[in-house]
Design a binder for this molecule. Sequence first.
Ligand code: SF4
Ligand code: SF4
Length: 94
Amino acid sequence: MIRELKTQRKEARWKTYDTWKRSCCCPDCPSYNECAGGGQELLYCVLGMSIRCIREDKHCTCRECPLYPLLGLTGKDFCMKGSEAAIRFERTVE
Ligand code: SF4
Ligand code: SF4
């Protein structure tokens, strides 16, 4: 899915991200906070970690998100660890 997305122009990609954001379950997660909501932060698994809002791990509900199987995700805590791509890269250098 992500490989296919990378062949698209960035404008088309952002449209897809906006569609995916509507399915993101992060706002229902205990780790998600007011700061993240105020900044409309979503889709950390693709867009990367929360820059300044989420620093306290209170659990991750990503595995219950419809996008988890759709995007072939394997990680969790994306808001604190970075995107799936970043997590996979880190695994290669461990
Ligand atoms: S997998 Fe997690 S970060 Fe990605 S869209 Fe779903 S809830 Fe949000
Ligand atoms: S990425 Fe996981 S831990 Fe972070 S807010 Fe979303 S569901 Fe919660």
